[in-house]
Design a protein around this ligand. Structure first.
Ligand SMILES: [Zn+2]
Ligand SMILES: [Zn+2]
Length: 370
């Protein structure tokens, strides 16, 4: 029987290579040959401190080609063998209110935090049936309820690897925080997520985009400028609040997007102060379990709306694929590193900042020569 090679997380910071039997694809299932699996900051955290017990094939940002598809799967999904697709990491129930809205990210069937039997690519034990539940492998199993988006052949593999941060950029900046024509925006953090937000805001018509970073981010801040940022601030070299107020003539910005992912309370405190006098929107990531002395009074005085950065909807993914296919922005400048399957451990460490400062986005190409 044919075997499928997979990079399997067997413990904190530990990868082993294992082989699993090629799945016997049911009539309502399919098999994807993985072309590219993008890596993000969540992988770094999940690799160091796994939240799912048991062996897990990581890789939750997957694009590939459908090589086998049962007739019920083809009928239900509207796809054919040979189609190239982006697979959302959510594997939802397709029955609940959220699923009917295309908001699979909120479906409990795919939420490992509240459902121990959840299915989600990159977050599901390889001991579950079909085993191939992550993109760091030659193939991925697709059940009847996988969520697929067709990807044009004109989008290179490495570029296709950033469809997830691009989807998040559209979801968080445009849909959650309401950035649009003439918006003024402060984006904190020039990593892959902050840069994707920059493109989403520019495309949507923001009239002012300010991106912050640190001394290590010089190349990333320069790239932010190329992608549409009007101003960049090194927060170690200048007082970021003073700069934002100076740039905006003392008014502050409409929207603040925190893409620092783990920089502590400082970005949130800066965000509260950098927002306009009344009615701004602050998008936060939930890295901190607690926030002592949170300035709730200041928040309510300024009538600030807080939104949570939490994945992406179906529509955001469709728009992200279209953004990549358009070639309107030089997004290929984000795709700095690729690794083969045997180098998964190294690839995750590269995203974690352990290798060099030039890393922006890293992808695993499972079929690339090691
Ligand atoms: Zn991710
Ligand atoms: Zn559902």
């Amino acid at each position: 029987m044919e075997q499928v090679l997979a990079a399997v997380r067997t413990g904190p910071g530990t990868t082993e290579f294992r082989e699993y039997p090629m799945p016997d694809v049911p009539d309502d299932g399919a098999l994807l040959r993985v072309e590219v699996a993008g890596i993000c900051g969540t992988d770094v955290k999940m690799y160091a401190r796994p939240a799912i017990p048991g062996p897990v094939i990581m890789g939750h940002e997957n694009v590939g080609v459908i090589v086998v598809a049962g007739s019920a799967f083809r009928e239900r999904q509207g796809v054919a063998e040979g189609d190239r697709v982006f697979v959302e990491h959510y594997v939802p129930c397709r029955r609940c209110e959220w699923c009917h809205l295309g908001e699979y990210r909120h479906c409990e069937a795919t939420d490992w935090r509240t459902n121990p039997d959840a299915r989600r690519y990159g977050y599901t034990s390889a001991e579950h049936p079909y085993h191939l539940w992550g993109g760091f492998a030659g193939y991925l199993f697709l059940p009847w309820n996988a969520v697929l988006h067709k990807v044009p052949a004109t989008v290179p593999a490495e570029l296709a690897g950033i469809v997830t941060p691009m989807s998040n950029g559209i979801e968080w900046a445009l849909f959650d925080a309401g950035v649009g024509y003439d918006s003024t925006v402060l984006i904190q953090g020039p990593g892959q997520q902050g840069l994707a937000q920059t493109v989403a805001c520019k495309q949507a018509g923001a009239s002012l985009i300010i991106v912050t970073g640190t001394g290590r981010d010089a190349a990333r801040l320069a790239l932010a400028r190329r992608l549409g940022a009007d101003h960049v601030i090194d927060v170690q070299a200048a007082d970021p609040l003073a700069r934002v107020l100076d740039i905006t003539g003392g008014k502050g910005v409409d929207v603040v997007l925190d893409c620092t992912s783990g920089a502590g309370v400082a970005p949130v405190l800066l965000g509260v102060e950098a927002l306009k006098r009344r009615g701004g929107t602050l998008l936060v990531q939930g890295e901190m379990a607690a926030f002592p002395d949170f300035p709730l009074k200041r928040l309510t005085e300024k009538a600030i709306t807080v939104r949570s950065a939490r994945g992406h909807s179906y529509r955001a993914c469709e728009l992200a694929v279209a953004q990549l296919a358009s070639g309107r922005f030089p997004l290929e400048l984000l795709t700095t590193h690729t690794y083969g399957l045997r180098d998964v451990d190294r690839a995750i460490r590269a995203v974690g900042g352990g290798l060099d400062d030039d890393v922006i986005h890293v992808s695993v190409l499972p079929w690339a020569a090691a």
